[in-house]
Write a protein that binds this ligand. Structure first.
Ligand SMILES: [Zn+2]
Length: 390
């Protein structure tokens, strides 16, 4: 889904308001720091328990939850890369996040006004809304957001906007920059031709690593390192070989059913996280290799595991497609030819560039080989697009 971020300064906030925002920001930062420490001391601590422990902070309850969410995601990120990353601390001058349900805009007395939960007592009533300093550009988009229709006479209107509709508000942030308080927010749209113009992430599927999702524009990626998975699958593989040798078909079938159930659970989790990753990247397309051609699967297969491996890949594909659709994302297939040998930086393709888990190109680019492959996949044209173009 395409998105747009609009940033608007607050219109001359009073000193009382300014001080309140500063207190809120400082409390929010402290709450984040306490939450991440709680998580470090007890990684299994439940969200409700963390929220309770943060209860002493002077903050609206929605911001306590936002602080916990931010801290937990930062903690998980750190936990994965402990060896190289220092324990994160949140800075004092943090920007305060509001999810889409916690900020509102309305026109009032010729002003655009913002409603957010603050330290003021009582519910968020209209008199607590604060004015924003709009300009024609921000008004153009705000009007579209509030009324669902675009001003086609505005100089900011562009013919390509005709394909977008259904604007929706997404998350917002209150922050202080260059001596001013700002509110920024994201508007997301539905676009008829988003498939042709939108951002894509790539997903590389493999055996050692079950899947890697990568955003080649930012270099972000999500690695499902299958240490546990690989261990269990090797155990199944050993058992399968023994049962096949002894021609114990009944036991073989039972084993297969059990393994399939386990794989389904993994795929469920992995596909969900890939979709969330795509959303986080602002991508509307998830690209995967087209593995319907037997030859392209060959690299993964050992004969005894052939059936279950191909089954696992297609199960992941099905779950991913299903979950992507629910999130209004599209899954596209790309040609898998030498995706693991191509350099995502310069486009060179060389077999020897890939040595084990490292991809290293003469252009100087070095990357984990699966991450590189996911980047390559994200930039390949979809097979369907090729067909329609022909
Ligand atoms: Zn290169």
């Amino acid at each position: 889904m395409p998105t747009l971020t609009i940033k608007i300064p607050l219109f001359e906030p009073t000193n009382v308001k300014k001080e309140m925002y500063e207190t809120m920001r400082s409390n929010f930062s402290d709450a984040c720091n306490q939450a991440i420490q709680l998580k470090k001391d007890d990684s299994k601590m439940k969200a409700s328990e963390i929220d309770k422990q943060l209860g002493h902070f002077l903050l609206p309850s929605t911001l306590v939850q936002e602080a916990r969410k931010l801290a937990v995601s930062r903690y998980q990120d750190w936990n994965k890369n402990k060896k190289t990353k220092g324990f994160p601390r949140f800075k004092k001058k943090i920007s305060i996040p509001f999810n889409n349900q916690n900020w509102r805009l309305r026109f009032d007395n010729g002003f655009l006004k913002l409603g957010i939960p603050t330290l003021e007592e009582g519910n968020l009533t209209v008199d607590k809304y604060v004015p924003l300093k709009t300009n024609n550009y921000s008004l153009f988009w705000v009007n579209f957001l509030l009324h669902g229709e675009m001003d086609k006479k505005s100089k900011f209107f562009n013919k390509s906007y005709e394909t977008i509709s259904k604007p929706r508000k997404s998350n917002g942030h209150l922050f202080f920059k260059n001596g001013k308080w700002f509110f920024s927010f994201v508007i997301s749209f539905v676009s008829q031709n988003e498939v042709l113009h939108s951002k894509a992430i790539g997903v590389d599927r493999g055996l050692k690593y079950i899947a890697v999702a990568g955003d080649s524009e930012t270099g972000d990626y999500l690695h499902f390192d299958g240490k546990n998975i690989g261990h269990i699958r090797r155990k199944f593989s050993r058992l399968r070989r023994i049962l096949m040798k002894n021609r114990n078909l009944k036991a073989l079938k039972r084993l297969e059913n059990k393994e399939q159930r386990i794989i389904q659970n993994w795929n469920h989790v992995i596909s969900k996280q890939i979709v969330e990753f795509a959303q986080k990247c602002g991508a509307s397309i998830i690209k995967i290799e087209d593995l319907s051609n037997i030859r392209s699967m060959k690299k993964f297969w050992k004969s005894a595991d052939r059936n279950i491996n191909s089954w696992a890949f297609f199960d992941l594909e099905l779950k991913l497609t299903y979950k992507a659709q629910l999130a209004e994302l599209v899954v596209q297939k790309v040609n898998p030819f030498k995706t693991s040998q191509e350099c995502s930086k310069c486009g060179n393709t060389k077999k020897m560039n890939r040595r084990g888990s490292l991809y290293s190109c003469s252009c100087g680019y070095k990357k984990n080989a699966d991450v590189n492959a996911s980047f390559v996949i994200s930039t390949r044209p979809s097979i369907n697009e090729n067909l329609t173009a022909a």
